[in-house]
Each structure stands twice: as structure tokens, then as C-alpha cells.
Design a protein around this ligand. Structure first.
Ligand code: SF4
Length: 280
């Protein structure tokens, strides 16, 4: 059975997003490169088809990430990188173009002030990130990399979704635009009152976006609460296997270094990949 895994290379990140869902209940120690590659080859034998590197901000360890993506690509595993984009420049984009299938970045709003609310005001780098991401969305048109832009719908941006969609269209029509409902989990879950929206609001926006933007982007992908009911798997930095289901992280169900008997049944998410990203 094909399956997809995400490896949280690190929980470190220079930002401090109120909506951060980073899984934090495990040790920070990351697996050595040689261990990770051995594990990946064993998982490939079990049906691993797609491997996402996520964080935290994985590009704090840029060399390791690039080496790992290259390794995955050489072993015919689809590669995905989830990053803020802060450390990406033209030369690294050209390097990534050799072995990265899919890049995921976040785009919360068109207004810089809202980026400060979202990412926190961190030593001037939030402004840098805002500029870099706006540049990247446009610049990635020059590459083979699939670009998925994620807008997490929350109390602060819900009324401006049309403005956000139109800005993205202006930057790059060839994106997968993923609209995800905010849910409280991870490290800043105590702030949920600030961000939480009601289900009916999410579905109203889904309808509005479909009406306004259908057919205008390469694809629009709604990752709503129903989709989250499917099972997905996150590997914590130390190899702990976490099942994500119903918006919640499970306690570790094993460790990737020793529990090769853990099954990763085909997830509804895999069907979503096939449906939305079938041109891979
Ligand atoms: S949401 Fe992402 S960018 Fe924001 S603090 Fe968490 S890991 Fe960092």
C-alpha cells in the first residue's frame, strides 16, 4: 500500500506563530543522516512513496535537508519540503529544482501587519520573510517545483480571503492553493480564542472561494476538518511515530528506528495527493 510520511527534522524555528501546530512532546535530538537513510530504504520496501521534510524550520539545517532530498529523489521517493521560505534564495531554488517535487509555504495575508500578528515580530526577520515569500511565489514559476501555498483560515484573516486569493493569482496562477481551517494543537494551543473560527464560517468561506476562484489556480485544495479525520503520520525528530487524527496528535505509537512492524495503512490523504497532485 502506498503511504506518505512527514519527518519533523527539528522543532526549532526562528518564528513564534500564534497558530503554530508544531508537535513538541518529544526530545529534540534528530536522527543522524546515515540512520535516517537506512530507515527510509526499509520504509520504501513497505510502500513509502512520498516523504515530507517539515519542522519547525527544517532549513535551519539546510545542508542536511538538501542532502536528504537528493537521496530521496535518487531513490524514486517523491519529495516535499515544508518551510517558511526565509532561507531560500535564487541559488538554493536552482539547487532544489534538481530534486524537489513539491514545496509548501505559508501565506497568511497580503498585509504585512497581519504577518506580524501571525509569525510574531522577530528581530526584523518577519519583514524579510514577507518579502522573500512574495518573491518566491512569483519566482518559482521558473522551476519544475510544484508550489503549494497554504493559507490557514483564522479569526484574523477570514474576512480578507478574496484579497488574499487575488494577490496570489497576481503572483502565480500555477499554484496549489490549500485553505486549511485553524485548529488548536501543538505549542500555542492556549491562544485558540484569538484564532478559532466556527465550522459554519469555514464552510461559508469554502463556498465563497469555490465560487470566486474555481478554475483560476492550478488547483484549490480544502483541508477541512473532515479530511483531518483521516489518519496521517508524523515522525518526530527522535524517530517517534505520531499518528495525527481528528486534529490531535497521538502519543507515540512506536519509534521508526526499531518498530518496523508498525503499519501505515493507506490514508485518505494519499488519495488526496493522487487526486490533487496527479501530474507528479
Ligand atoms: S507555525 Fe511554522 S513558522 Fe510558525 S512558529 Fe511554528 S514552525 Fe515556526
Amino acid at each position: 500500500m502506498p503511504f506518505s510520511l512527514a519527518y519533523q527534522l527539528t522543532q526549532n524555528c526562528p518564528f513564534n506563530c500564534g497558530i503554530c501546530n508544531t508537535y513538541i512532546n518529544s526530545t529534540q535530538t534528530m536522527l543522524p543522516f546515515s540512520t535516517l537513510t537506512k530507515v527510509i530504504l526499509k520504509l520504501k520496501d513497505k510502500g513509502l512513496k512520498r516523504f515530507t521534510i517539515t519542522g519547525g524550520e527544517p532549513l535551519l539545517y539546510k545542508d542536511m535537508v538538501f542532502e536528504l532530498l537528493d537521496f530521496l529523489n535518487k531513490n524514486n521517493i517523491r519529495t516535499c519540503l515544508s518551510t517558511t521560505g526565509l532561507y531560500l534564495k535564487k541559488d538554493s531554488i536552482h539547487e532544489l529544482n534538481k530534486y524537489l517535487d513539491h514545496l509548501m509555504i505559508s501565506y497568511p495575508h497580503v498585509n504585512y501587519k497581519l504577518w506580524e500578528n501571525h509569525f510574531g515580530i522577530v528581530n526584523g526577520i518577519t519583514l524579510k520573510l514577507f518579502n522573500v515569500v512574495n518573491f518566491l511565489i512569483d519566482y518559482l514559476k521558473n522551476t519544475q517545483i510544484n508550489l503549494e501555498v497554504v493559507t490557514v483560515l483564522n479569526r484574523l484573516n477570514i474576512n480578507d480571503i478574496s484579497i488574499i486569493g487575488n494577490k496570489l493569482l497576481e503572483l502565480n496562477k500555477n499554484i496549489f492553493w490549500k485553505i486549511e481551517a485553524y485548529y488548536s494543537n501543538g505549542k500555542n494551543k492556549d491562544l485558540y480564542n484569538l484564532y478559532e473560527i466556527f465550522d459554519f464560517e469555514y464552510y461559508r468561506i469554502e463556498e465563497q472561494i469555490t465560487k470566486e476562484f474555481s478554475g483560476k489556480f492550478r488547483s484549490i485544495y480544502f483541508s477541512n476538518r473532515n479530511i483531518f479525520e483521516s489518519k496521517d503520520y508524523l515522525i518526530a525528530p527522535n524517530g517517534d511515530i505520531i499518528r495525527t487524527s481528528n486534529n490531535k496528535y497521538s502519543d507515540p505509537i512506536g519509534n521508526i528506528m526499531k518498530d518496523f512492524n508498525v503499519e501505515f495503512p493507506m490514508t485518505r490523504n494519499w488519495n488526496d495527493y493522487e487526486k490533487y497532485f496527479r501530474n507528479w
